[in-house]
Design a protein around this ligand. Structure first.
Ligand code: CA
Length: 144
């Protein structure tokens, strides 16, 4: 009987691991990358990802403790997503104010997809200009 219960729990656990979410909230941001610690070691903020029924991804970020008057690219990766808003049409980016606070509110039609809670929002700067986000170019990443 015990084995049977464990088997049932295992199935439930596997199912929960793949449940699609309609939104994911982030309660903090932490410094990341080669320069994140020295440039914005006290970074913090909140974020939210939301997927609408029509396949529109909505991204909200409010972060402080970044470099002032600096333009960051916003990437959402993990789960089924691999999106860099700075690399999309029009190059959508986030520029901080003089105090190092930045807000990012954008939506992107990406078609049917799901959120799983494993997605990460990354703020980065394309230091070498190759349009590719290297780990060293990250400045801050979201945490739940
Ligand atoms: Ca690069």
């Amino acid at each position: 009987m015990l084995i049977k219960k464990l088997a049932v729990l295992g199935v439930c656990g596997a199912f929960l691991g793949t449940v699609a979410l309609d939104q994911v909230k982030y309660t903090s941001f932490t410094a990341s990358g080669q320069r994140g610690g020295s440039e914005n070691g006290d970074v913090d903020g909140v974020g939210k990802l939301k997927i609408d029924a029509d396949g529109t991804l909505r991204v909200h970020v409010s972060v402080s403790g970044l470099q002032g008057s600096t333009t960051y690219r916003v990437a959402v990766t993990g789960g089924d997503l691999e999106i860099d808003f700075g690399g999309t049409s029009g190059g959508i980016t986030m520029t901080t104010n003089n105090s190092g606070h930045g807000n990012f509110n954008e939506s992107l039609q990406i078609g049917p997809t799901s959120l799983f809670g494993t997605e990460v929002i990354t703020l980065w700067i394309d230091d070498n200009g190759d349009n590719v986000m290297d780990d060293s170019e990250k400045r801050a990443v979201s945490a739940r």
